[in-house]
Design a protein around this ligand. Sequence first.
Ligand SMILES: [Zn+2]
Length: 173
Amino acid sequence: MNHLWPVFHDPAYQPSLPERLSFHWQANLRMLRSPRDMVLFTLISFAPLALLFGFMTLFPGLYTATSTGGATPTIDMAPLMFTTVVTFMIFLVLQHLAFVLAMNLTYTHHVRAELRARGVPVCPRCANLLPPHTPEAACPECGGAGSSATMRDSDRTASIDDPAAHDSEDPSR
Ligand SMILES: [Zn+2]
């Protein structure tokens, strides 16, 4: 599992842009039908924002401008600017990591299931392209079975074998 960028499928599989949009669209619809994935995705995606608000509430002093006092007080904005920029940078990094984690846990398996439904033999675990004529053999990359035999989540197995997913005709085109 790549923690910096979600891997949807083997880089050796190079679909055209319309194909890409089409299977991602279908994978999105699959994900929308999975309440577990929607809840998990939302929770992970909003975690950094909750963390940000919690931190700013715990340390309000970091985010207020300091006044110099004296006869003609001027407000020194520099520390405030610094902490704001640093906080924002850390937030962006955390937000990206949370997004990749959320995608890996809740979305990539829908992409792989959709690709398998379309006859693209990708490993459901690591997305490596499997030999086209022996898709049930163990994956040479991760050792996982090509079929869903080793998958623990029964709902993932169900989504891979979902007969409704086989009507891959896109009505919007
Ligand atoms: Zn694999």
